[in-house]
Design a protein around this ligand. Sequence first.
Ligand SMILES: Nc1nc2c(ncn2[C@@H]2O[C@H](COP(=O)(O)OP(=O)(O)O)[C@@H](O)[C@H]2O)c(=O)[nH]1
Ligand SMILES: [Mg+2]
Length: 297
Amino acid sequence: MDPTLPYRSGLVALAGRPNVGKSTLANALSGSHVAAVSPRPQTTRRRISAVVHGDGWQAVLQDIPGFQTPRDALTERMQRTVDQTLVDCDAVIFVVNAAETIGAGDRFIAERVRTTGRPTLIVVNKTDAASPRAIATAITAAAELVPDFVAVHPVSAVTGDGLTALRGELAPLLPEGPAYFPADQTTDQTPDERAAELIREAALQRLRDEVPHALAVSVEELTADRGNIFVVAAILVDHESQKGIVIGKGGQMIRDIGTAARHALGEVFEATVHLDLTVKVRRGWRQDDSMLNRLGF
Ligand SMILES: Nc1nc2c(ncn2[C@@H]2O[C@H](COP(=O)(O)OP(=O)(O)O)[C@@H](O)[C@H]2O)c(=O)[nH]1
Ligand SMILES: [Mg+2]
């Protein structure tokens, strides 16, 4: 770092339709598994900071839920988080999917991005899954939606293609500011919140249809002791029928979720994981303000 230059830092909002790869990008740029990724809707439910550390700068990416029309207390809170994040941020990364046609959903979000007046990078993601022609079309369409963009970056958050160039573009977007996070920290989540996110990801990657919407994870206990972590957690669902689906035939589904979650927890916490995972029915939790507070929304 050049000591004559001021340190730069700031909040960079990741805006884009559900499923374009915002959380995958947050994980790839921060080099750490901080946000849940799955093809299911509502995988990202609250704002998660993923910190990108550079030489003399720090970008705090704000991974946020996709925009949606609120239909219960949970989605109302999610939408408020999205709006507030766009008000608070210093810059925006507008993410679109090269493998799909740019449409009304992208247009709606682009409009919100433009009204922030913040410097905006356009990321055309999933280039590994799109033809050169589709990528070119996506670049043109996205650039029309946010004409004042700073730069357009075609990338693949999965293969890492284009990410070094994108990373290099972050520092100039940031105002002068302090290092908000120490060099070894990549997220603002508590260990309990991180564990809940990883367990929810393991569940969402295995469940489909209406169950993902109805599912939350509550970590009731997390203790560490000499290279071991002990986690007691519950998967909360809305209905008895969903409980059956999460448990699966002969308990196979909950065992698979537990195995995947243990693996992810072991990598993130660099410890041997002891996971006690149960399924509980909490009828109407998405409308229950005290439950939503307890779950951290
Ligand atoms: N092929 C491909 N798939 C991706 C890429 N980035 C994300 N995905 C997949 O797209 C789905 C949604 O990703 P996610 O990060 O959860 O999207 P979000 O809703 O925008 O946060 C997941 O199945 C990811 O594995 C990419 O660069 N290439
Ligand atoms: Mg997400």
